[in-house]
Design a protein around this ligand. Sequence first.
Ligand code: SF4
Length: 365
Amino acid sequence: MKIAFPHMGTLSIAFMGALRNLNVEVVVPHRAAKNSDLLGLKHSPEFVCLPFKLNLGNFIEALNNGADTLVMIGGSGPCRLGYYSVVHEQILQRLGYSFDFIRTDNPDQLKSIVQTMREVSGVHSRIRLVREFYFIMQRLDALDRLDWMAHQTRPYEIERGAVTRLRNTCIELIDQSRNWSELRRVMRAIKQKFQALPQDTSRKIVRIAVLGEIFIVLETVANTHIEEKLGEMGALIERGVTIANWFNERVHYAPWRRNQTKRAKRLAQPYLKNNAGGESLLSVGKTVEYARRGFDGIVHLLPLTCMPELIAQVIMDKISRDYRIPVLHLSFDEHVTEMGYNTRLEAFMDMLQRKKFGRTINRNK
Ligand code: SF4
């Protein structure tokens, strides 16, 4: 069996380690260089959101490269994501591909995830499967910590691009770790590498929170590397949605950790009482949280036609007025031009720096 699953940020790196331990052969699709290159565009309904098109393109490429089994989450709820695997399956069958489709019907339950791992690997020992699942979670945590270190360091880097290059090298180190003790050793080494990176900590920086639909926030190709660009322009980024928290709030692998959704729900109450699906509640609640924490601005990323985030967008504008915190909404589809968004990011940074320091800051000073 050769399995494939779609990309979402560094999720595939986290899963690959455990799947290798379970002797599962994985076909990893390449990432498109930009949204307009997507293989899935041609066969997707035009109005559907970008994650659907990216996922379909990943599946087509994996099948062309020899995969025979596709894996994806299903589920229910206000967002359309739960139905996507069914529609993908139908489109791919109509295109003439022959394959098996394994879907995690209830990704909110550990039982359902372990069952998927059993189907994929043929391993029956529940203890072994749960242990490998926890290893995946440890790798997700490590990748999130790596991104956190990159966000903290990037605005101070002396050589432009040095943090991004280091991050990419560190992802490979994390990918090579085969068990928890190796992973801990790798993370200690990574921390030292970041500390050793030449930095100018006297720079004036602005703090920006990145919120929005989880796929677009995490998938750097889809969002045209927004976090890297903002960091290199002199912004310290905090990402409000992470895949490790997404899993933890469903399967509680780190029960001592603060539940971000519950906290966001409490903060969102004056504006949004019920979850409108996707990350809408997090986007609204965390806008309030970051405004109270004194952040300088919010960048909100959403796919075009994403109903949950469109609801959040309207409410975030009200919070922006109430708390006097600038919010920049950027919506993504295959027609986005990177140059156009670069101009909007530069204008946003310019405005935040003038608001905070009374002038634009030259990054190299
Ligand atoms: S949250 Fe929005 S973008 Fe994400 S899958 Fe659902 S509808 Fe699509």
